[in-house]
Design a protein around this ligand. Structure first.
Ligand SMILES: Nc1ncnc2c1ncn2[C@@H]1O[C@H](COP(=O)(O)OP(=O)(O)OP(=O)(O)O)[C@@H](O)[C@H]1O
Ligand SMILES: [Mg+2]
Length: 424
């Protein structure tokens, strides 16, 4: 299969859970072992728990997909454990199956009311168990993709409200920064006139003033440290101008992120060229940290604002390099086409992104880098740019192994106003 035909739809391989994690709660080892072995033989993972208390603890720590719950155990029984597990607030789906003997129909009803989804009659028939597990796999797949959609919706909504906030801040900061910048420019010119005048006074006073006056001038000059001022004022002005330029850039980034200036010029462009030239620009930052591997597919020209997409590629490449530690790593860039879309992935062998910060990395100013190394705007900007292109950017990451950023972009921008944002 040619690479170009291979589109890795992120959602799919995250959801395609072939392997289930089963928590088997049963105090009789003789009874539990054959069930455990049978499930493991089917390629699933089983954790065995021998009491209700242990089951609740295991559930919290391991978040299994399925719990096979015995009813009568020492300590809290299966029904109480089911009730406790169902009280735990989590986004994760878990299916609880009670295992009970035929005589235990009462406890079966109680179990279902406590939150179990189904039941299996003991002694368990392995063909029934097998069919149940396969049915659960199908449900798990649907549940996981629902979870993904939900996360995406929350993310899109969050980014939209952060976008509004960013636009507001950018607008408010833009005006004062504008006049401070222009005032500093005027101040620089005025001060240069004042110094010029001062120099002339000095020259003339040397010939016209008497000794006493000259001594007075010299003492004042020393007291006020005029020589130092002449040296330092231009430095202060240059530094202030630099500082304000930086603020201006940040404001511009915020505006780009929040689609304030939406007068974009979409043109057909070769994305590979864009990626290559961007990599050339950042090669100094990358070459000592990682080897770059390109696995390009065949791409058509894409309707885009090439300069903006290059900014995205640059952010992803630099982030990837930063994520790679002391040992030299790899950054792999893959591209391909899938129907009316193209996809680009940037994978690194870096530190990975822990789950708890994954939903924050697109937020403006979110950074884990030391002060001065990152402003935390790279990914939020990239997110805004990809949105403007009506595409998507998603993350797949494993701590300690690496991260992949998946970008999907439409080949053509459709609709009367192809610069409109927020259609994800
Ligand atoms: N490839 C990656 N691997 C691991 N963590 C990453 C990766 N890319 C981004 N991150 C995490 O996401 C955070 C935000 O990234 P983002 O590019 O927005 O900001 P930054 O790189 O910290 O600063 P800036 O890009 O503004 O210089 C990073 O600080 C880092 O913690
Ligand atoms: Mg960055």
């Amino acid at each position: 299969m040619h690479l170009a035909d291979f589109s890795p739809p992120l959602g799919e391989y995250m959801n395609d859970k072939q392997t289930l994690h089963v928590l088997l709660v049963e105090d009789s080892r003789t009874y539990a072992m054959p069930v455990k072995e049978f499930i493991e033989d089917k390629g699933h993972r089983v954790t065995h728990s021998r009491s209700g208390e242990d089951a609740v603890q295991c559930y919290l720590e391991e978040l299994p997909d399925v719990i096979l719950m015995g009813v009568i155990m020492q300590g809290i029984g299966g029904i109480e454990a089911t009730r406790l597990i169902r009280q735990i607030k989590t986004d994760r789906w878990v299916s609880i199956i009670m295992m009970t003997s035929l005589e235990g129909t009462e406890s079966l009803i109680e179990g279902l009311e406590a939150g179990a989804d189904e039941y299996l009659i003991k002694p368990i028939r392995f063909d029934v168990l097998d069919a149940r597990i396969r049915a659960l796999q199908r449900i798990a797949r649907v549940q996981h993709s629902l979870q993904d959609v939900k996360q995406q919706l929350v993310q899109t909504e969050k980014m939209a409200s952060i976008g509004q906030l960013a636009a507001g801040i950018a607008h408010e900061i833009n005006n004062p920064i504008g006049f401070v910048y222009s005032n500093i420019g005027s101040l620089e010119r005025y001060l240069s006139s004042v110094f010029q005048m001062l120099d002339t006074y000095e020259q003339i006073s040397a010939t016209m003033a008497d000794e006493h006056q000259l001594a007075q001038l010299a003492s004042l000059r020393k007291e006020l440290d005029i020589e130092f001022l002449k040296e330092d004022i231009p430095n202060l002005i240059t530094e202030s101008k630099d500082g304000i330029s930086r603020v201006k850039n940040i404001v511009q980034d915020l505006k780009d992120f929040s689609h304030v200036d939406d007068s974009l010029d979409f043109k057909l462009a070769d994305l590979h060229k864009g990626i290559d030239s961007t990599l050339n620009i950042v090669s100094n930052e990358i070459k000592y940290k990682a080897e770059i591997i390109k696995e390009y597919g065949v791409l058509p020209e894409v309707e885009c604002v090439a300069a903006h997409l290059n900014q995205v590629f640059m952010n992803l490449a630099i982030n990837a390099a930063h994520a790679i530690g002391e040992t030299r790593g790899k950054i792999t860039i893959r591209t391909g086409r899938s129907k009316d879309k193209v996809w680009i992935t940037f994978s690194d062998t870096g530190c990975g992104i822990p789950n708890d910060i994954r939903s924050k990395v697109f937020d403006p100013f979110f950074t884990t880098k030391p002060i001065g190394k990152g402003t935390g705007l790279g990914l939020s900007l990239s997110y805004g740019i990809i949105q403007k292109h009506h595409g998507t950017i998603e993350i797949e990451s494993e701590v300690g192994k690496g991260t992949t950023f998946h970008i999907s972009l439409p080949i053509r921008q459709t609709g009367p106003n192809n610069t409109a944002g927020n259609t994800q």
